[in-house]
Design a protein around this ligand. Structure first.
Ligand code: SAH
Length: 221
């Protein structure tokens, strides 16, 4: 167990914890994409969790971020991101900004990230953390993301981090012809679904079971 201290040694401690997270939770479970592994080694996950939970930021689990929401488990972030097979020119839509951690990982890999969050307080906090870290390729909106971001689309890839009962049709419509979407689908039991657009049709692949907060469909708070 590494003790996380305060002061000048703190950043080094977090770097050690982050390296262990990537090795034991991500690489050990089969994630191999070099750009993704580099992104996970770079993004300071502890900056996205509440101050009193910082020492737990690199554990193999989700954590509460306030407003009844959670930051996803590191492996889930890695697996979902890997499934999107992002290239450096890609334009990505994220639904469910939450802590902004997943947003940062996407912003490391893609050209532009457009992220929508329904709870204003979470979006504002994520905006301040991400701009403090120097990210300049992210656009934020407080809205019901099940409608996507039609003025900004179409997108090469869409990542949804809250679960609807079914894939919202408006999100499908905002994918480019070779686009990919990763989304947890279901009410009690959820599956992570990878949707890809191929030759005018759709291919749907169920990856594994997950537990996400529900995608709420209402007006933003
Ligand atoms: N990727 C985030 C996950 C946060 S949990 C992270 O790792 O921190 C899912 C988020 O989706 C919550 O912040 C929740 O408020 C948000 N959400 C739920 N329904 C939504 C909707 N319809 N539109 C946009 N965001 C939504």
């Amino acid at each position: 167990m590494v003790r996380v201290g305060r002061g000048p040694g703190e950043m080094k401690d977090f770097k050690v914890l982050r390296e262990a997270m990537v090795k034991r939770q991500i690489e050990a479970r089969g994630v191999r994409e070099p750009r993704l592994l580099a992104a996970l080694r770079t993004v300071p996950r502890h900056a996205f969790v509440p101050a009193d939970l910082r020492s737990q930021a690199y554990r193999d689990e989700p954590l509460p971020i306030g407003e009844g929401q959670t930051i996803s488990q590191p492996y889930i972030v890695a697996a979902m991101t890997e499934a999107l097979a992002l290239g450096p020119e890609d334009k990505v839509l994220e639904v469910g900004t939450g802590s902004g951690y997943q947003t940062a990982v996407l912003a490391e890999l893609a050209a532009e990230v457009w992220t929508v969050e329904i709870i204003a307080a979470l979006s504002l906090r994520a905006q301040s953390v991400l701009s403090g870290l120097g990210y300049r390729n992210i656009r934020f909106q407080v809205a019901d993301g099940s409608a996507g971001w039609p003025e900004a689309g179409p997108f090469d890839a869409i990542m949804v981090t809250a679960a609807p009962a079914d894939i919202p049709p408006r999100l499908r419509e905002q994918l480019v012809p070779e686009g990919r979407m990763i989304i947890p689908v279901g009410v009690d039991r959820q599956d992570l679904v990878l949707l890809s657009r191929k030759e005018g049709g759709w291919r749907e692949e169920r990856l594994f079971s997950v537990r996400f907060v529900p995608l709420v469909e209402r007006r933003p708070s």
